[in-house]
Every structure is written in C-alpha cells, then in structure tokens.
Design a protein around this ligand. Sequence first.
Ligand code: EPZ
Length: 431
Amino acid sequence: MDVFKVSGNGPLNGQIDVGGAKNAALPILAATLLSDETVTLRNVPDLSDMRFMLEILRHIGAETVQPEPGVWKITSKKITHIAPYDLVRKMRASVCLLGPLVARMRKAEVSIPGGCVIGPRPIDLHIKGLKKLNCQVEISNGYVHVDASEIQGGPIFLGGRSGSTVTGTANIVMAATLAPGTTRLECAACEPEVVDLCNMLVKMGAKITGIGSPELVITGVEKLHGCEHSVIADRIEAGTFVIAGAITRGDVTVKGIAPKLLGAFLDKLEEAGLPMELGEDYIRVLPYQGSLKTVDVVTLPHPGYPTDLQAQLGALMTQTEGLSIITERIYPNRFMHVPELQRMGADISIEGPSAIIKGASKLSGAPVMASDLRASAALILAAFAAEGDTWIQRIYHLDRGYERFEQKLAAIGAKIERLSDKDMPKELLED
Ligand code: EPZ
C-alpha cells in the first residue's frame, strides 16, 4: 500500500495548477445518462472516484471513450435502471445516479450508499424530493426502488437540519429535467459545482432558471441532447494549495481558479492577515514574517465557509499564535484528523461540534493515519510545518480527490514522496 513520506522543507515557491472539480465532475458524469446522444466532457480530473463512476456508467450500459487525458466522450444509447451494491458501495457520490435514471428510465434501483467516517450521511432529502415529484419510492434490501411512471413536476422545499443538500439538489434537478410540468425547488444548494451541473444540463436542452440561487425552476422537456462541457476548477484543491503556501510562509501562485469561487475562505484568510494577490484566474499567496492572526470559523453551505476546507484551516491555525475555534455545522464529527495532529504536537481540544486550537505549536514528524479525503490533506499540510519526517498511511483516501498531489507540490519545493509501506521503518507500520 502507498504511503507518503513528508518532511518540513521551508517556504514553498512557484506556480501550482488546479485541476477539474471532483464534486462537479461526479454528478456531471451521472447526468450524461439523461441523453442517448454523446456528451463530451473536458477537464475531468484523473481520480479514483472518477474511475469508479465511469466503471458504474459502463456497467449501466454507457459507452465511454477517452480520446485524450482529461477528456471523456460518453454515449448512453441503451441503459439499465439498476446500480448494484458492489459498485455503489465504493463511492457515496454514486447516489447521483438516482436522478438521471428516474428521469430517463422512469424507474431506478440504486443501492443505498454505506456509512462514512465524517458522520451520518442520510439521503432522506433525496427521497423526499423524488416523492414530491410524484414518484413511488421504497427502501428494501439495501436499495432505493423508484417507480417514476407518474412523475410530475411540482413545488419542493429541499432544506434539511443543516440547510441545503448538494447531491440532493443535483438529483432532484436532474430528475425534474424530463418530468412533465414545472418544478420549483426551494432551499436548493448554491455550490459552484451545482451551478456547473445546471449549466451543462442547459447545454443539453434543459430548461432551468435561478441557477446559483436557492430557488431553481425546472420546466420539464421531452428529450435532452448531447453537448460539450468543460468541468469547472476544483476550489477545494485550490484552497488546499493556498494553505500549503500560507503554512510554509511561501510565495505560491495557485493558477486556474477564479477567487470568487472561494469567497468565504479567502475572507477568513484576509481576516487572519495572510498577504495575497487575487487575479482573474489565480490566487497568489505572499511570504510573511511572524504569526498570522487566529480566526474563528463556522462551516456552512455555500456561500458560507466550506466544510471541505475546515481541516486544512485547522492545520494552519496550529501554527498561529493564540486561540481559534473551528465549528463544524455540516458534519459534526468531521475531526478525525485531530488525534493525528495532536500526535504531531498540536494543542487541540474538541468540544461538541468545535475544535479549540491553541497555537502556535511546535510540530514534529510522526507516523500518522489518514481517515478521509480532507483529513489526509490537513495532515500533509501540517507535515510541511513539522520538524523531521512524517509518514502518512492510507493515502488512498487522498487519491480519491487530489490529482497528482505529490508531483504538483514537489514542483514548488515540497519534500513529499510516494513510497510503498514496505519502505517504512517496520516499527512505524500499522498492524
Ligand atoms: C457534497 O456531499 C460533497 N460531495 C461533500 O464533499 C461535501 O462535504 C458536501 O457536499 C457538503 O458541502 C460531493 O459533492 C460528491 P450534502 P453531499 O447532501 O451532497 C445532511 C469531499 O470531501 N443531509 O450537501 O453528500 C448531511 O448529513 C466531500 O469532497 C441530510 O440530512 O452532502 C449533511 O449534514 C465530503 N439528508 C448535510 O445535509 C439528506 O438527504 C449536507 O450534506 C442529504 C444530506
């Protein structure tokens, strides 16, 4: 199994490019099932999650062709309505198949995604939305069974206990594109990835207004056609690289991202006093002396502070003089990285949904375990600020969402190597 060996190596310097967004590409790949014509997608990141989704699409009957890296041509002439457990269990986001199958096939049988370390991830809102579209929905044998023979557009309020749902919104929008009548979707998610999906659906002939707002109006059409679409940049990957520059006091230009996609995040870094230069499609982190200022953060749906950049900011705050409080409102247990940061010497305590971080801590390299995608990124960022070597195991979590992570960072001076766990000192290996 692969591991990362990371050593603190002083300031990072240079330009680092951002790839396509995982959380846009996943529902967009699923949306290709809505038409029997070819959809050409560009800027699709090369990630294990993408490979899982493409495998499921092929299993369902889609033809997938990759003419060049990052480009996929997908044609779904004849498809089945079943997404089996043995494929769906590999990746939660395959729940995004529900909407397109319901719309195109008027029925669906999709395995319910399993548990997740970052916290409970129910799909009750997805089901509520489908029922509001006059679908018969039954849960049995671990599957969601949907009969959409009488599907009909209508008013839906899709808000839950922590506000809007990203893939829930994606599913209901996709289901409504081919449903007779008009669907008025309130408390819709406004994440840039949902906007990107809606923009592609419009290119396929869907009728959607209010894109980017909490109220989407979808007027059903008879049929959708093929299109060409380029996936938006990955704002979470970009934010992770910004923190890499900040935690090493480097001069790093994160290229290929519009700063406006990261409003709340950049606002917090500005509040912390991080010197930055913002351009049309780049964010430049500039060197600074001394300590940044601590900030308090509460994660919220977009345009609030993104939960997927919570752990990374936590790593930075361990290096900041003073007390910061990070409150997780989306996934209250999303602090799996904290015990590992504590093993590196960070002073963090968890009080309910909040991490209380006392800084600045002198971090030292240690063997640590990645538990989920963003937690693993935070451990690597902390390792850049630590004395000595940090060995990070279970990095398959990171490969799900970061393309060529270590190559990109090594190119701007990071000391990070992908090795086999056989190269690790035996006493450090997990049993
Ligand atoms: C998406 O997950 C992202 N994944 C997540 O990114 C991200 O953390 C999350 O949105 C929030 O921004 C993809 O887009 C593939 P939600 P999703 O439905 O859609 C509750 C990463 O690191 N909820 O918006 O599954 C839920 O429990 C991943 O890239 C219900 O209660 O998240 C959570 O507390 C991790 N019932 C909140 O809403 C529902 O039916 C937001 O979840 C659905 C959700």
